[in-house]
Design a protein around this ligand. Structure first.
Ligand SMILES: *Cc1c(COP(=O)(O)O)cnc(C)c1O
Length: 358
């Protein structure tokens, strides 16, 4: 079936990015973060495309269930843990690794009479102030988990960095300083680094790294693109020209008529809109790629369509392919134009867009 829009996922790029991450953090195991539908790349296809990842990480139990239902046998870490006894029983049955970040979760574990011990990750809040035990609560939480019956299969420690993408590593250094005394003398596997820390702060690598964005070939830094970091963008969001239009100078285009032709103009109407996950806030002037040429958007993003100004392009036909972002037009660039971050663009690709793994 001919598809107007699709997200083409380059599985070789995913694997190359995993290798690039391993080269940066050679002493660490890699927990591939595939939450939020693998940042829009498709949860199951992405996980299956990465047979060499040491583990996968998801945010929600449903995501882990989907992976197990699709035959994924490897370690899966549930980053937000479980919230009631039924979830805990299900997580145990699926042999998930659980993050434990608050007392409620310890109580659930203490009451749980499961068939087998669970692998646990105790989360410490070293400065993000979102999830995790505060440093002064760490020791008590650690002891309670060690005292579980049966004892945890493994007990590991993780923390999350708030500012790893900042060139000034001051905030990260402070977080590491809060962590250090807590784990000094404990023979424990540690996980600290997200993509930005993997790429920029080797002192955070520890036993396990947790790349998300970098795995997808995209840069977590505002000033750099994935390609500059040795990564390959895995997703190309591709659509199709569905109509052509000529407008006279002075005519307006799209909802609200916010774009007005400054000259006689040719437009390509492209099947991609906010119903596919393009933010409505992408302004006129932001580029798409048609036949390898950059064409600026003209007027508002609507639900199913955008218009691109092709006046300066060689002839374009109905049916021509359009790159919204991907291997030749960096999602980082569109994110800047749209006033957002590449994470949000990638995760926002909607269910209507078929994913094709190549
Ligand atoms: C999402 C997430 C990551 C991955 O972050 P990236 O910046 O995409 O690499 C790592 N750790 C935790 C706890 C997360 O929630």
């Amino acid at each position: 079936m001919m598809r107007l829009i699709r997200a083409r996922i380059d599985s070789a790029a995913l694997r190359a990015n995993l290798q690039a991450i391993r080269a940066r953090a050679p002493a660490s195991r890699v927990m591939a973060v595939v939450k939020a539908n693998a940042y829009g790349h498709g949860l199951v296809p992405t996980a299956l495309a990465l047979p060499d990842a040491d583990a996968f990480a998801v945010a929600r139990l449903e995501e882990a269930i989907t992976l197990r239902d699709n035959g994924l046998k490897r370690r899966i870490v549930l980053l937000e843990g479980v919230f009631d006894a039924a979830q805990l029983a299900q997580a145990a049955q699926l042999e998930l690794d659980l993050v434990v970040h608050q007392p409620l979760q310890i109580e659930l574990l203490e009451r749980f009479r499961g068939p087998r011990p669970l692998p646990l990750w105790l989360k410490v809040d070293t400065g993000m102030n979102r999830l995790g035990f505060r440093p002064e609560e760490f020791r008590a939480a650690w002891e309670r988990l060690r005292g579980l019956q049966p004892a945890p299969l493994q007990l590991r420690v993780l923390t999350h960095l708030a500012c790893a993408d900042e060139a000034d590593g001051g905030a990260t250094a402070e977080q590491l300083e809060r962590l250090r005394p807590l784990v000094a003398g404990l023979e424990v596997e540690l996980s600290i680094a997200n993509s930005a820390a993997i790429l920029a702060q080797p002192s955070t690598h520890a036993s396990w790294v947790r790349p998300g964005l970098a795995l997808y070939g995209v840069s977590p830094f505002a000033a750099q693109r994935g390609a500059q970091l040795g990564l390959r963008p895995a997703m190309t969001l591709e659509s199709t020209v569905i109509a052509l239009r000529e407008v006279a100078s002075g005519e307006r285009v799209g909802y609200g008529g916010v774009w007005r032709a400054q000259r006689a103009s040719r437009l390509a109407i492209v099947a991609a809109g906010y119903g596919d996950g393009l933010p409505r806030g992408i302004p006129s002037g932001a580029p798409v790629l048609i036949g390898g040429h950059r064409a600026p958007l003209a007027g508002r993003v609507s639900m199913d369509m955008i218009a691109a100004d092709i006046t300066d392009l060689p002839p374009v036909s109905v049916g021509d392919r359009v790159e919204i972002w991907g291997s030749r037009l960096a999602v980082e660039e569109l994110a800047v134009a749209a006033g957002t971050i590449p994470y949000e663009l990638l995760c926002g690709v909607s269910q209507r867009v078929p994913i094709e793994l190549v």
